[in-house]
Design a protein around this ligand. Structure first.
Ligand code: AMP
Ligand code: MG
Length: 190
C-alpha cells in the first residue's frame, strides 16, 4: 500500500511537536514507522540560504509573495518523500496582514494528505505555554486573539477536506493530559 500522508497542525505553542514525538514512540514499539518532517524547516532552509531570514520565527513577517514561494518549494520537496510521512505545519499562519493559508490549493495538490490533524487546547493554556517557552520568538497575543486563530483553523480545515477528500481529526492536548493526546494521535496514525 502507498504511504500515508498526515498533516499535523495547531497554533504556535499548542504542543504539536511534543505530541508527535510521543505518538511516534508508541507507534515504533508496534512496528509502525512514520518519517516525521517539519514544513517550516524546509521553508527556513531556503530562506536562510537566500539570507532573507536568520530565524524561523522571522518568516511569517516576510512579504506574502515570498512566503508563498518558500511554501511552494517546501511542498514540492516534501511531495517526493516516500512511505508514511507526518508533516508538522500550520493550518494558517498569522501574519501582520492577516491569516495566510498554510495549505493552499497548490500545496494540497502536491501533498494530497489522507488526514489533517488539528491539535487544540484552551486558549489560556496556550497563552501560558507561550510565555514559558524561551526557545522561540512566540507572538505576544491575548487569549481572544488565540481563540480567533483556533476558530479560523477549524474553518479553513473544512476547505482542505473539500479539496482533497481527507479526513479532519481534532485532538485536544490539555495540560497534564499529554498521554491522552499522544495516544489519540497514535491511534489516528495506525
Ligand atoms: P513552526 O516551527 O511549525 O512554528 O514553523 C515555523 C514557521 O514556518 C512558521 O512561523 C511559518 O512562518 C512557517 N510555516 C510553517 N508551515 C507553513 C505553511 N504551511 N505555510 C506557510 N508558512 C509555514
Ligand atoms: Mg513545533
Amino acid at each position: 500500500m502507498a504511504g500515508k500522508k498526515v498533516i499535523i497542525t495547531g497554533v504556535p505553542g499548542v504542543g504539536k511537536t511534543t505530541v508527535v514525538n510521543e505518538a511516534l514512540k508508541k507507534l515504533k514499539e508496534d512496528g509502525v514507522e512514520y518519517q516525521s518532517i517539519n514544513f517550516g524547516t524546509f521553508m527556513f532552509e531556503v530562506a536562510k540560504s537566500e539570507g532573507i531570514a536568520q530565524d524561523r520565527d522571522q518568516m511569517r513577517a516576510l512579504d506574502r509573495t515570498v512566503q508563498k514561494r518558500l511554501q511552494q518549494l517546501a511542498a514540492q520537496a516534501i511531495a517526493q518523500i516516500p512511505g508514511n510521512v507526518l508533516i508538522d505545519t500550520h493550518a494558517s499562519v498569522k501574519t501582520p496582514k492577516g491569516y495566510l493559508a498554510g495549505l493552499p490549493e497548490w500545496v494540497l495538490r502536491e501533498i494530497m494528505p489522507d488526514i489533517v490533524v488539528l491539535v487544540e487546547t484552551d486558549n489560556d493554556q496556550i497563552l501560558m505555554r507561550r510565555l514559558s517557552d524561551e526557545t522561540r520568538m512566540r507572538d505576544k497575543e491575548g487569549s481572544r486573539s488565540i481563540a480567533e486563530h483556533q476558530q479560523f483553523n477549524r474553518s479553513i480545515a473544512a476547505a482542505y477536506a473539500m479539496v482533497t477528500g481527507c479526513t479532519i481529526k481534532i485532538i485536544t492536548n490539555a495540560d497534564f493530559l499529554l498521554e491522552q493526546a499522544s495516544q489519540n494521535l497514535a491511534e489516528t496514525l495506525r
